[in-house]
Write a protein that binds this ligand. Sequence first.
Ligand code: 13P
Length: 250
Amino acid sequence: MARRLLIAGNWKLHKTVEEAVALAGDIAAGLMRDDLDVLVIPGFLSLEPVALSLSASPVLVGGQNLFWEDQGAYTGEVSGPMLKACKAEQVIIAHSERRLYFNETEKTAAKRVQAALKAGLTPLLCVGETLGEREADQTDGVLESQLAGGLAGLKPAQAEKLIIAYEPVWAIGTGQTATEEQANRAHAFIRAWLGACFGKQVANQCRILYGGSVKPENAAGLMRQKEIDGALVGGASLQAESFLGIIEAA
Ligand code: 13P
């Protein structure tokens, strides 16, 4: 069975509620394809207003992070049930910016993956090497330890619900996209790892997205690669025109 493409926009720390709802509306109005999935991932405050504004549209809504406890004395955190109640269906876990600026680790990634599944959310686990790691030929090892760490304790029945995003850190926000070949190779490595760990069926089913300076101009070439099942877009998802351009090109 062919995997359905998923084009996701991670809005990071951008857009007020009003701006986010306007952007979501423009994306929904301009969406001309129904042969792929489209997901927008606004900041927490905009999640429910955006989800409500998209209720008549096929565009999906997700969260950028979650905490692993459902509730309690954890000031400033947001839980899986809270996201679910705001109509989020997916949640990003362990984005490299979370790893870099907020000290997230493989251990906390695993807790978040479990919490997401428990809440009925699809975990979108991010993995990817830094430039130094690539240059030192450590890419496979880094991917392997991020996958093994973040997916620790998962059963195959849980793993088939996962989405993995390969986001080489050196390509994020730099304009320096991985080549089609580099990206496809990393995706193939990730799929092989999933196969060895959870079985061939799970590996064939899991969508692996590429993220890192995806633009309308490079989307077609990347999305044509056998192992690439979609894109996790940052900067170019902040304007309807460029995000829709990526969707059209995919
Ligand atoms: P850019 O598309 O801005 O490089 O960001 C990618 C990303 O981090 C998506 O999560």
